[in-house]
Design a protein around this ligand. Structure first.
Ligand code: EPZ
Length: 419
């Protein structure tokens, strides 16, 4: 297993290109099963989750051809409903999207239980409820979930916002008979990017008001070439890295409008932020102020930036409180931060951070992808050398991570071995 080694205490400066969004790429790739002709997807991030998704699709008979850096041609014409290889579908939570995508055109699929970051319960009841509401026969067993039948348009209200269940509902509705109306749906930029992709291929999808999605089924989709939107979480992560290490960084190929709802929170902590057309600049020279925030579905503060923000708040002058009602047990990384000198108390999905910490180098292990970014943030500011084992978990969702940090002036290297 790979280990990331960081020598802390260096400011960051320069530019980093924000790559395509992992959480837009996964639903877009799996939606290729809805097509009967080839589609080309560009700006795919070079991350292991994308590799896992492509392996899973080819195991279902989709012909996958790499046509350039971050670009693939998918030909689903010979795809077949099949039992997924558990080793493949268990690698990522996004494999759940096969349920909606397969029911749209293939008519059936048996899916072993999906994988995904392990920070607590990851129920799938909302996915199954909306697929059943569309007339599909959905069966759960110890081995996984199977879906059968032809989806029909339905009216469905999500009692709580779910990115994945919204994606599955849209995928099942695109080729369904009739109209599907979803309310209480997710509004994340990566969900709207899936909508934009499907509309470019002839799907009839409207978003008449925030949280509402109306889909009129069409007989088929036509082939397209589509560029995945920038990754909002990656951009937010580099923004928080810079706030922690100090210095001045410009994020290129970013979509600043995605982060607009949370930029005031960062400037309130002491960041100086400039918003360009497709760039974001961030600098921090002075002290950091504490923060009080609760995660919420978009446009609220994203749970995928909660670990990074909690790590940053260790450096602020005063007490911060960060709550995560979306994933209340997503604080497993705090015990790792404490090895670097952080003072954080976690209870009932809420972290109370004492602030004013002078973090020191420590031997840490990344519990999952975003927590790995939180430990990296701490290591960038800690005095001395830190190591972060299970770097493979960071690679699941962060492309060229080590290279990007090095290009910004950080002292980082990857070595094999370690836990
Ligand atoms: C997606 O996960 C993302 N993953 C997660 O990012 C992200 O943290 C999450 O959305 C929230 O934004 C991908 O896009 C591949 P949810 P998902 O369904 O779809 C509850 C990362 O690091 N819920 O929006 O699984 C659930 O427990 C990953 O990139 C149900 O109760 O999240 C949670 O409390 C980590 N029943 C809330 O809804 C369900 O059927 C939101 O979950 C589904 C979800």
């Amino acid at each position: 297993m790979k280990t990331l080694t960081v020598i802390g205490g260096r400011e960051l400066s320069g530019e980093v290109r924000i790559r395509g969004s992992k959480n837009a790429a996964l639903p877009i790739l799996f939606s290729s099963l809805l097509f009967s002709e080839p589609v080309e997807i560009e700006n795919l991030p070079a991350i292991t989750d994308v590799g896992a998704a492509l392996a899973l699709l080819s195991s279902l008979g989709v012909r996958v051809t790499e046509t350039g850096r971050g670009r693939v041609l998918l030909d689903p014409s010979s795809a077949r409903p099949d039992v997924c290889d558990p080793a493949l579908s268990g690698a990522l939570r996004g494999s759940l999207y096969l349920l909606g995508a397969a029911s749209g055109r293939l008519g059936e699929l048996s899916l072993p239980h999906p994988g995904g970051c392990n920070f607590g319960a990851r129920p799938i009841d909302l996915h199954l409820d909306v697929l059943r509401a569309m007339g599909l026969t959905v069966t759960e067993s110890g081995q996984g979930v199977s879906v059968k039948g032809r989806p029909k348009g339905a009216l469905f209200h999500f009692p709580s916002v779910s990115v994945g269940a919204t994606v599955n509902a849209i995928l099942a509705a695109v080729l369904a008979e009739g109209r599907t109306v979803l309310t209480g749906a997710a509004r994340e930029p990566h969900v709207l990017d899936l909508v934009a992709f499907l509309r470019s291929a002839g799907a009839r999808i409207a978003v008449p008001s925030p949280g509402a999605v109306v889909i009129d089924g069409v007989p088929r989709l036509h082939g397209v070439t589509y560029r995945v939107c920038p990754d909002m979480i990656e951009a937010g992560t580099y923004l928080l890295f810079t706030m922690a290490a100090g210095g001045s960084v410009t994020l290129r190929s970013a979509a600043p409008e995605q982060l607009l709802p949370i930029l005031p929170l960062f400037s309130g902590m002491g960041a100086r932020i400039g918003v360009g057309v497709d760039s974001l600049s961030v600098a921090r020279t002075g002290r950091l102020r504490p923060v009080r925030v609760e995660t919420a579905p978009y446009p609220g503060f994203p749970t995928d930036l909660q670990p990074q923000l909690t790590a940053l708040s260790c450096l602020a002058d005063g007490e911060s409180v960060i709550s995560d009602p979306i994933f209340p047990t997503r604080f497993g990384y705090v015990s790792e931060l404490k090895k670097a000198g952080a003072t954080i108390e976690v209870a009932n999905g809420r972290a109370v951070v004492s602030g004013g910490a002078r973090l020191t180098g420590a031997k840490m292990t990344a519990p999952d992808l975003r927590a790995g970014a939180a430990l990296t943030l701490a290591a960038l500011t800690g005095e001395g050398e830190s190591t972060i084992a299970r770097y493979d978990r960071i690679e699941r969702g962060s492309a060229d991570y080590c290279d990007a940090l090095r290009s910004l002036g950080a002292s980082v290297r990857i070595s094999d071995g370690g836990a």
